[in-house]
Ligand binder design. Structure first.
Ligand SMILES: NC(=O)C1=CN([C@@H]2O[C@H](COP(=O)(O)OP(=O)(O)OC[C@H]3O[C@@H](n4cnc5c(N)ncnc54)[C@H](O)[C@@H]3O)[C@@H](O)[C@H]2O)C=CC1
Ligand SMILES: O=C(O)C1=N[C@H](C(=O)O)C[C@H](O)C1
Length: 271
């Protein structure tokens, strides 16, 4: 069987370069295109060189539709507006779309749901095995404990990150809310400042730290009376996200259109 042909969107970014390396080391996939935004000084550069891997010359381009016409899938860790455009184009081209981008608005999310009616989309705020296993554990603990345990999600990332709370923090918060049988949208507290009043039982709080080169640290705290349970994950290398995304692409190849998660890819839905 021939290799799955993959495009990397955002090929010169932190994740893009890591994805090019992950594709180079994985059997059954081949890099067939590298995308960057129009006007990027990286256009025309060799994506393999940017990623520090050998192999075929794949020149960075902004011609999305041309690349999609001869690809089986696109892995996309870029920015919300770019990912929404790619979702529409990938649906038109009939190729799989693996979305790692975070920071979507409700309108963006709706556009992605729409595109998934015509294409296979795998989307997750975190593509690592560890975080998706953590989410399953968080859901189970939240189901076991009642509102006497306050749930808080703490995250820290590098100083270049542009969205908050992180996609992972929201994924973990959603897992906790599902376990507790509540809506995260109605019960999340995203920031606290000044005279906030006492904490409401049943809320799910988020706290964000930014600094240095931290790849991604997340802790879910269940704080009860005189005891605390803390479940956490520390990412030490972006390769964990890239390998997860490549695994998702291989899993998506030939699947029916729909919006899937990493829990589907990793078989964690019934955990
Ligand atoms: N789901 C996951 O496991 C992970 C998700 N992320 C998310 O991935 C996204 C990217 O993160 P980084 O690589 O650290 O950012 P980055 O800023 O280093 O890279 C983003 C790249 O996308 C490019 N880009 C922007 N618009 C584009 C367009 N229209 N077409 C093609 N390329 C375009 C930018 O020029 C840039 O090179 C963020 O939303 C981040 O939160 C990051 C790590 C893991
Ligand atoms: O921007 C990042 O770097 C990361 N983003 C994702 C998120 O928002 O959770 C995943 C990972 O933590 C790194």
């Amino acid at each position: 069987m021939s290799d799955m042909r993959l495009i990397v969107a955002g090929a010169s970014g932190r994740m893009g370069r890591t994805l090019v390396r992950a594709i180079a080391e994985t059997k059954g996939v081949t890099l067939c295109g590298a995308l960057e935004q129009a006007g990027s000084p990286m256009i025309g550069r060799n994506a393999s060189d940017l990623a520090g891997v050998g192999g075929e010359d794949i020149l960075v381009t902004d011609d999305t539709e041309r690349l999609m016409s001869h690809a089986d899938g696109i892995i996309d860790f870029t920015a919300p507006h770019a990912t929404v455009d790619h979702a529409k184009l990938a649906a038109k081209a009939g190729i799989a779309h693996i979305i790692g981008t975070t920071g979507f608005s409700a309108d963006d999310e709706a556009a992605i749901v729409q595109a998934a009616k015509r294409a296979v989309i795998v989307k997750s705020g975190n593509m690592s095995l560890g975080v998706n296993l953590l989410a399953a554990l968080v859901k189970r603990v939240a189901k076991t404990l009642d509102e006497d345990f306050d749930i808080e999600v703490l995250e820290m990332h590098h100083n270049k990150k542009v969205d908050a709370p992180s996609g992972t923090a929201l994924l973990l918060g959603r897992a906790a809310a599902e376990g507790r049988g509540i809506s995260l949208d109605q019960r999340s507290v995203r920031s606290r400042d000044g005279h906030t009043g006492a904490r409401q039982a049943g809320d799910i709080g988020f706290a964000t730290l930014r600094g240095g080169t931290v790849v991604g640290d997340h802790t879910v705290i269940f704080a009860g009376t005189a005891e605390r349970i803390e479940l956490g994950h520390k990412a030490e290398d972006r390769m964990i996200f890239a390998r997860g995304a490549v695994k998702a692409a291989l899993w998506a190849n030939g699947k029916k259109p729909g919006l899937y998660s990493m829990a589907d890819v990793l078989g964690l839905t019934d955990f």
